[in-house]
Design a protein around this ligand. Structure first.
Ligand SMILES: [Zn+2]
Length: 106
């Protein structure tokens, strides 16, 4: 898992996961307040997770024999579960870029 470049504090899985689903909100180190932004790689990995979840969920839906009104609900649930699963895995490959705070010059 990633850690802070400044103070070496490790970022928790939950912290990264939450920041991801808050539209790539930058991660702030709770110890030294260093700010880390998501890299483009993270966005690509997330897009792939969503695509994979949708495709596999859709395949399951297409191959499923049941044909009642629960089927569309099953599609939504499986898409969400798979997307969350794949994005959880992709977090292990995430990279972060430290944001350098510009000193105010007066
Ligand atoms: Zn830190």
């Amino acid at each position: 898992m990633r850690q802070c470049e400044n103070c070496n504090r490790k970022f928790g899985f939950g912290q990264i996961f939450k920041s991801l689903w808050l539209a790539y909100k930058p991660i702030v180190c709770p110890q030294c307040n260093a700010v880390y932004e998501h890299t483009m790689k993270n966005r690509i990995l997330t897009a792939l997770s969503v695509a994979l979840g949708t495709i596999i969920g859709g395949l399951y839906w297409a191959l499923s024999e049941t044909d009642d009104e629960n089927k569309i609900l099953m599609l939504i649930i499986s898409d969400v579960v798979l997307t969350l699963l794949f994005s959880s895995l992709s977090i292990y490959f995430f990279g972060f870029k430290r944001k350098h705070v510009e000193k105010a010059s007066t």
